[in-house]
Structures are given as C-alpha cells and as structure tokens.
Design a protein around this ligand. Structure first.
Ligand code: NAP
Length: 226
C-alpha cells in the first residue's frame, strides 16, 4: 500500500456526496457558481447544512518593491481567515450530523509557487493545502468528528475571471489554449465527488498533487500516527 493510500484510509468509509445541504462560498461566479448549480440540479430538499465548500478566493499580484499591503490583507482575509472561521464555527454543528463534508479550493500553486507575481496568493493556497491535511487528520483521530470528510479541490486554470487583477486579465480566459473551461472542469469535479476522491482535480494539477504526496506522503503518514 502506498503512503498516499494510507492517508486515504481515514476517509474511505465516507461518501463525498452524502450530504443534504451545502454552503458554497463565492457561489456568485466561476467554479463556485458551477458547483452550486450542479448541486442544485441534484436537489437540496433539506434545510440543514451538512457541507461547506470553501471556494471563494481572490488573487492580487504583489510587487514587493512597490506596493501597498491593503490588497494583500484582503487576500489573506478571504483566502485564509474566511474558510478557517467558517470551518471552526460549523464544526460543532457538523459533528452532530450523521456525516458531513468540508471541501476546500486549493491550487497547483499551493504545491509549487509557480506564480511569482502572486506571492501572497501562492502562500494562501499552500496554507489551504496544509490546513486541509491537518484538519482531516485531527478530525479522523477524534471519535466525535470521524463523520466529517475533508476534500481538496485543485482546479486547473479555469477559463474565468480570477486573474482580473493582472496586467493581462485575459491570460486565464478562453483565448488561452491552456485554460480549461469551467464546464470541463466540472466534469472532473463531479467525477471526483462520485468516486469519493480526497483530492479532486484535472491534468497537470492533479499530477503535481499526486507527486507531492508520493514524495512526502510517507513522512506525513508517520506524523499522523504519532
Ligand atoms: N481560476 C483558476 O485558474 C483557479 C486555479 C486554482 C484555484 N482556483 C481557486 O478556485 C476558487 C474559485 O476560483 P474561480 O476561478 O472560480 O474564481 P472567480 O471566477 O474569481 O470567482 C470567485 C467567486 O468568489 C466570489 N468572492 C470573492 N470574494 C468573496 C467574498 N469575500 N465573499 C463572497 N464571495 C466572494 C466572487 O464574487 P464577485 O464576482 O462578486 O467578486 C466570485 O463569485 C478560488 O478559491 C481560487 O483561488 C482557481
């Protein structure tokens, strides 16, 4: 059994889609809107929340030689403090449910900080990656929270407007052949939900996530057992 599979043991019994009602942050556009639409199509008859999708995120390029930190603070608030507070505040409620799911939007740059102009963003996504791993481990260790599944979503360069703050905001849109249209991405997300994948993504992003876990998964699994 590879170390990555060992990590997954904690959550094998929990089905990602075993929830009745989801809160999707950033559901007004982009991937959040697409996920909310998909879940609405599946029916959301029950008023009680048992799923949190921390999707809202912003990206603001930062030039360390010439910049105000205001936008960086906003990025930290939305990408880190928001999901952390929502998660912590909803945990007591989620523990009372038969099962619950927390999904966090990560990014390729949370594994490798490729996007040099977005040094704060890269850090917030690295935080989301590590936070998700530690959250999953802590919840799985306590009897009262084993019912909560943690899923990472690693979107691949979606062709929408996350890059609005860049000099060329269109580098992520339909005119970039590397970009993946949001409905194409959703086919990977839906597949990941149905297959109960712990880390959901497509192409290069999921490849790098797998390589990261291949390189460091065993060491992390050791820390999990301590
Ligand atoms: N696009 C990519 O290539 C890519 C790659 C890797 C990871 N991701 C991550 O995937 C997630 C979704 O990205 P996306 O590309 O779908 O972004 P997007 O197209 O910019 O959509 C983000 C949505 O979040 C909303 N939002 C932003 N700040 C918010 C706040 N404080 N409260 C409530 N809603 C807020 C936005 O609302 P407004 O429209 O009103 O601003 C928008 O509806 C993000 O976490 C992002 O970091 C994206």
């Amino acid at each position: 059994m590879c170390p990555y599979e060992l990590l997954n043991l904690y959550t094998l019994a929990l089905n990602t889609l075993d929830f009745k009602c989801a809160v999707v942050t950033g559901g007004g556009g982009g991937l959040g809107r697409a996920m909310a639409d998909e879940l609405l199509m599946k029916g959301k008859d029950h008023p009680e929340v048992d799923c949190l999708i921390n999707n809202a995120g912003i990206q603001r390029p930062l030039d360390v030689n010439d910049s105000s930190l205001e936008e960086a603070y906003q990025e930290i608030d939305i990408n880190i403090r928001g999901p952390m507070h929502l998660t912590i505040d909803l945990l007591p409620h989620f523990k009372s449910k038969p099962s619950a799911t927390i999904m966090n939007a990560i990014s390729l740059v949370g594994y490798i900080p490729f996007s040099v102009i977005n040094l704060v963003y890269n850090g917030t996504k690295a935080w989301a990656h590590f936070w998700s791993m530690n959250l999953r481990t802590q919840l799985a260790k306590e009897q009262g929270s084993k019912n909560i599944k943690v899923v990472k979503i690693v979107p691949l360069r979606i062709a929408i407007h996350l890059h609005g703050g860049r000099k060329d905001p269109n580098d992520n849109k339909e005119n970039n052949s590397d970009a993946l249209l949001v409905d194409k991405l959703m086919s990977f997300v839906t597949k990941g939900w149905l297959e109960n994948q712990d880390t959901i993504g497509a192409g290069m992003d999921i490849d790098i996530a797998d390589r990261w876990h291949g390189a460091f998964g065993e060491e992390y699994a050791e820390a999990e057992r301590e």
